[in-house]
Ligand binder design. Structure first.
Ligand code: ADP
Length: 362
């Protein structure tokens, strides 16, 4: 069984120790997948909608779409799932196929280089199947236009041969549901976006939801959780279930090495300290960003300058570090650049005088 294999695989002490080795990229605090993580996540993925914790509005809208489709015996509308990495977009696509009793076919935007790549996938789809396209904002425009007729009319035109002998062959497709996932909804063209009947946005999870996710995952991993341990891990997980699952697995490794069958708050704190993650969920790079901005708290700093000073790419700063710092009210963005807030200064032990308060958070 996949689940027990996953649990047994990672629980062995040799592998557990190996995973403590520092890795360059992506950092522990990143919502992006780390090496080997896809296999480790397999057993933890919720498989039914009722197991999917939080995001109540999204779940309720999907429930309605699913029930209506099942009642009509048709495929649901195409669905666009937008939101930061690690919040459950892939899990929801899988759940949709499971609840429909159909198959999930997965690909990514960058893998669909030419229309031909898409034809192969589309013609394999059986009635009601779910086609999941991750990073859909990165589908090349030639392929995107091709997708339009597949999405609208469930047919495509396929060119056979080349040059003067080329023939255009119409191909009928089965009715399927396209589920697109994007971390950059703004990069999707308006006509593409308009072809999704449902657009749902996932938002970072509150601590309570992350606690439930950690408790559920601990049950699946067969590790006990002592008083306060789940809250401690949840509070540092940057609103992201992927990070929560990762921290839980690291704490479980530590428990295994110590010969313990459960994680208490002290052990969870020790695991976090070993990863360099502080009570606010900040790691070394977050702290370097705040400390750099805190050198001149009243001077906005451009992304390029900040990236060069910190030694991280602009994309990594924007996608991995900044969202959490913004959400915590430790940094804010202005037209002229990034500014640290008084709370951001305090988080790294800098005198906050001169720091501009961030915009009101609601
Ligand atoms: P995304 O596709 O948005 O990057 P995933 O669906 O791959 O995110 O989720 C990452 C991990 O987080 C998965 O292993 C899954 O088990 C877990 N996860 C995400 N959302 C939830 C949730 N709402 N409830 C329980 N586990 C979740």
């Amino acid at each position: 069984m996949g689940r027990s294999h996953d649990a047994a695989g990672e629980g062995s002490t040799a592998e557990g120790r190996e995973s403590w080795r520092p890795e360059a990229d992506p950092p522990w605090t990143s919502p992006l997948e780390r090496p080997r993580e896809p296999e480790q996540e397999v057993g933890l993925r919720p498989s039914r909608l009722e197991d999917f914790v939080g995001q109540e509005r999204v779940v309720s809208n999907l429930r309605v779409a699913l029930d209506a489709a099942l009642a009509r015996g048709e495929a649901p509308d195409h669905l666009l799932l937008a939101g930061p990495p690690g919040l459950g977009k892939t899990s929801l696509a899988r759940i949709l196929a499971t609840e429909l009793g159909t198959h999930l076919h997965g690909t990514t935007g960058p893998a669909l280089e030419r229309p031909r790549d898409l034809v192969g996938i589309l013609t394999q789809l059986r009635p009601g199947d779910v086609l999941f396209v991750d990073e859909i904002h990165r589908v090349p425009s030639a392929v995107e236009e091709y997708l339009y007729s597949a999405m609208e009319d469930f047919s495509i035109e396929f060119t056979l041969g080349e040059g003067p002998a080329a023939r255009v062959v119409p191909l009928r497709l089965e009715r399927f549901t396209l589920v697109g996932a994007t971390t950059r909804e703004g990069l999707l063209s308006a006509p593409f976006r308009a072809r999704f009947g449902l657009v749902e946005r996932l938002v970072p999870y509150p601590t309570d939801d992350l606690v439930r996710i950690i408790e559920r995952a601990a049950g699946l991993l067969r590790i006990g959780l002592g008083q306060g341990a789940a809250v401690l891990l949840a509070e540092r997980s940057r609103g992201t279930p992927r990070i929560a699952g990762r921290y839980l697995r690291r704490a479980r490794d530590l428990a295994a090495v110590a010969g313990r069958t459960s994680i208490d708050a002290d052990l969870a704190a020790d695991a976090m300290a070993r990863l360099g993650v502080d009570p606010q969920g900040l790691d070394d790079v977050d702290r370097r960003i705040l400390a750099y901005l805190g050198r001149n708290p009243s001077t906005p700093i451009g992304l390029k300058t900040l990236a060069a000073a910190i030694g991280e790419s602009e994309d990594t700063i924007e996608e991995v570090f900044e969202p959490h710092l913004l959400r915590m009210g430790l940094l804010h963005r202005t037209a002229r650049g990034r500014l640290v807030t008084p709370e951001g200064c305090r988080a790294v032990g800098i005198d906050p005088r001169g720091a501009a308060p961030g915009p009101e958070l609601f």
